[in-house]
Design a protein around this ligand. Structure first.
Ligand code: HEM
Length: 140
């Protein structure tokens, strides 16, 4: 059972991360589209679907499966898991901001620049690298 849930966890992690890496890219392109243009409306649909159909459910499955693994594997006292949880909570917070920005674009009230989204684009990558190193290497 543990191995099956771990497989589910990794599948959900991949879907969550794929969305978290792609969504800020869409924001960068969306900044270049004029509000009210056909292109801008297409980006709104792409962003909403990516968030609602992939990113949100994938995050929920990642959390549920991850918490099960922590409980079933008696990992809650392991320091590497504490570090991992800190990074995952930050990643979930970034997810919350992405969700807010999808709403901002949907209402044509984005005020942030392309450069801002380019920089933000790197944050999920850095967090993911830290999370994977903690869970695979378990350095402490
Ligand atoms: C949401 C909260 C999360 C919790 C509570 C959690 C917890 C866990 C636990 C307890 C394991 C099993 C470790 C083992 O058997 O050695 C695991 C495996 C794993 N987790 Fe998470 N995790 C979470 C989120 C994430 C995220 C966001 C990522 C990647 C970005 C991730 C990547 C992985 C990977 C790659 C494995 C497989 C490691 C292996 O087979 O050795 N997890 N997780």
């Amino acid at each position: 059972m543990y191995e099956w849930i771990k497989a589910l966890h990794v599948i959900a992690v991949i879907a969550w991360m794929a969305g978290m890496l792609y969504l800020p890219r869409l924001f960068v392109y969306h900044c270049e589209a004029k509000a009210g243009s056909g292109q801008s409306e297409t980006f709104k649909v792409m962003e909403r679907r990516l968030l609602q159909a992939i990113i949100n459910p994938a995050m929920i499955v990642t959390w549920l499966a991850g918490l099960y693994l922590a409980w079933a594997g008696h990992w809650f006292s392991a320091p590497w898991l504490h570090g991992k949880l800190v990074l995952v909570v930050v990643l979930s917070g970034v997810h919350g901001f992405f969700s807010r920005w999808v709403n901002d674009f949907a209402a044509d009230r984005n005020a942030r620049t392309k450069r801002f989204y380019r920089i933000i684009n790197e944050v999920p990558t850095i967090l993911m690298a830290g999370i994977v190193i903690l869970v695979i290497v378990k350095p402490f």
